[in-house]
Design a protein around this ligand. Sequence first.
Ligand SMILES: Cc1cc2nc3c(=O)[nH]c(=O)nc-3n(C[C@H](O)[C@H](O)[C@H](O)COP(=O)(O)OP(=O)(O)OC[C@H]3O[C@@H](n4cnc5c(N)ncnc54)[C@H](O)[C@@H]3O)c2cc1C
Ligand SMILES: C[S@@+](CC[C@H](N)C(=O)[O-])C[C@H]1O[C@@H](n2cnc3c(N)ncnc32)[C@H](O)[C@@H]1O
Length: 625
Amino acid sequence: MKAAITPAEVDFSDPGAPAAPAYRDVYHARAGALGQARHVFLGGNGLPGRWQGRDRFVVLETGFGLGNNFLATWDAWRQDAARCERLVFVSVEKHPLRREDLARAHAGSELPGLAAQLVERWPPLTPGLHTLAFEGGRVELLLGLGDARTLLRELVLEADALYLDGFAPARNPEMWDEWLLKSLARHARPGTTVATWSINRPMRRALAALGFEVGLAPGFASKPEMTVARHAPRHQPQRPVGREPLAPRACEAVVLGAGLAGAACALALSRAGLACTVIDALAAPAQASSGNPAGLFHGTVNPDDGPHARFNRAAALATQALLAELGLPHRHGLLRLETRLARAQMQEAPGYVQALDAEAASKLAGTALTHPAWFYPGGGAVDPAAYARAMLDASGAALRLNTAVAALRETDQGWQLLDADGRVVADTPLLVLAGGHGQLALLGELAADLVVQRGQLTHLPAAPWCPAVPIAGDGYAIADGRGGLWCGATTQDGDLDPALREADQADNLARYARLAGLAQPPQAPLAGRVGWRLIAPDRLPLIGGLAAPGPRADQLRLQPRRPGLVVCSGFASRGISWAALAGRLTAALALGLPRPLEAELLDAVDPLRFALRRARRTTIAALPG
Ligand SMILES: Cc1cc2nc3c(=O)[nH]c(=O)nc-3n(C[C@H](O)[C@H](O)[C@H](O)COP(=O)(O)OP(=O)(O)OC[C@H]3O[C@@H](n4cnc5c(N)ncnc54)[C@H](O)[C@@H]3O)c2cc1C
Ligand SMILES: C[S@@+](CC[C@H](N)C(=O)[O-])C[C@H]1O[C@@H](n2cnc3c(N)ncnc32)[C@H](O)[C@@H]1O
């Protein structure tokens, strides 16, 4: 797979100073990692004092290494009675440790409880951003795996404090040069502070040229001095208007839709400190598409590791982490048959996906398969309605059921939701449209880009073969735990028929028979469920703001948005896989929190992407000759 991560090779021979032979340097001062973190990075940035009384505080670090700076910062936050409500620690790392090395690095930790949680939540080493939630979401580690030189340019965030910690400048100049510092400075605002143990002159000069007031402070242990700095730019560059938070001061929100999308948004927003109300037309949560009895979640793989593969992977990992955090029972592990590539062409990502030949896959599935398969150890199957309910419960959101919304009205303070008689149902500074296919009428011109697709699932009460792990190929099969299974599913665009159909059941059973290697499809009484998928043409979700009235920009990042409104929808046939990340992204876009996705992926899921592409095509067509 493109851009694979090379894990760190750590030399543990000196227990007081683990080293990176590739860089001929140690991970921290011999005098102690936590002592160094507290003196240099916390002290040098005026912490804990500077976060006191704040809603949230964002630290951005170069070089996560063993994670000692993170642990020391988290520990200081825990010890501080006046701490900020939420701490977001963002760090980039080119060579992350393997989980077993991380555990070894913290075997004698002074903070064993925190270190154990870090090791437990440590993600598979795949490129991109990973969110690790601690303290019920009040402390988040946004870990970017990849080269800081490219990743920092892809981050969308404003940091309050910068920790510069990328091995000695002489040994690793790429972490300290003007390019890198300029990438970091893009995430600073007036008052953002910097600290590092280094007093490297070119680094200090570059910081000064980037608008920082640079000073010296007493260093840690044997180092007499260290660098501290504060951003005080003469000119503050204009931030791209399309990346401005949509409701930065909102303390409350209304979420339309109590399915997977709405539940995930309510959870992320309430974790960010907002009081949420979830409104739904139906009598209970997760009764529309999210009311299926079972569904799969997993990432995807493609050799180019393009936006689809990266988004799906980030989303599936977020789902896996959230299911574990919520303690929701689900089936672990998923097999996806590969019908185009031979086993030799399949490259795996350790810990995330394994490439199996037909024989190994058959063993896992418990039947003879003719194709190789991808095995997603962190993927699996879950009851989507139970998942949505668990997110709603954890959010503490107020539920307003049996409340259909027919129209929206923009006001000076935000948005009003109106019923069919024009009565105001709710008033809110932040409205999240997470109503699946049921809210099409509220989406304006965006609706024209979307397809509503019917799908029928089949329940087979006594199955001749039940896969030991959920399996997907041409169709899928999920054991129901009682000797039967769910298989499916059909796809019919624009078909709104809610009735179960014999012909669709026959299709599902024929696909099941092919998966199972049966000569004949089994016979079964008509049983199953019909639902609808809301699908964008490129099969990615729609998460972001809608266009403000006025001329259209030619780049998404420059497009002004309607304040106080976020769409989180278009979950296609991947609502289970996408909800956790989509909810978190919705909260970040609304409130201006560090975005959990790289800029390129923010654009890939932006609801305005189709309108922009159309506008570009029109402009090109209008060009002379
Ligand atoms: C047959 C089938 C199989 C599938 N299998 C899988 C699978 O294996 N894995 C997977 O990840 N995904 C699967 N999906 C897709 C998944 O079910 C959806 O992506 C997901 O449920 C969408 O969630 P949602 O919250 O966006 O929409 P919904 O679950 O439809 O929720 C939207 C809610 O908004 C409410 N609402 C809408 N408009 C209004 C309004 N105007 N006023 C008040 N309330 C409103 C609705 O009542 C509804 O409760 C499948 C879908 C189908 C149809
Ligand atoms: C001194 S260690 C960081 C120690 C860490 N902050 C801690 O608290 O344990 C420096 C880290 O920078 C990482 N690094 C080096 N070059 C990098 C690059 N170009 N991009 C991202 N990380 C890099 C190294 O792999 C190493 O883990």
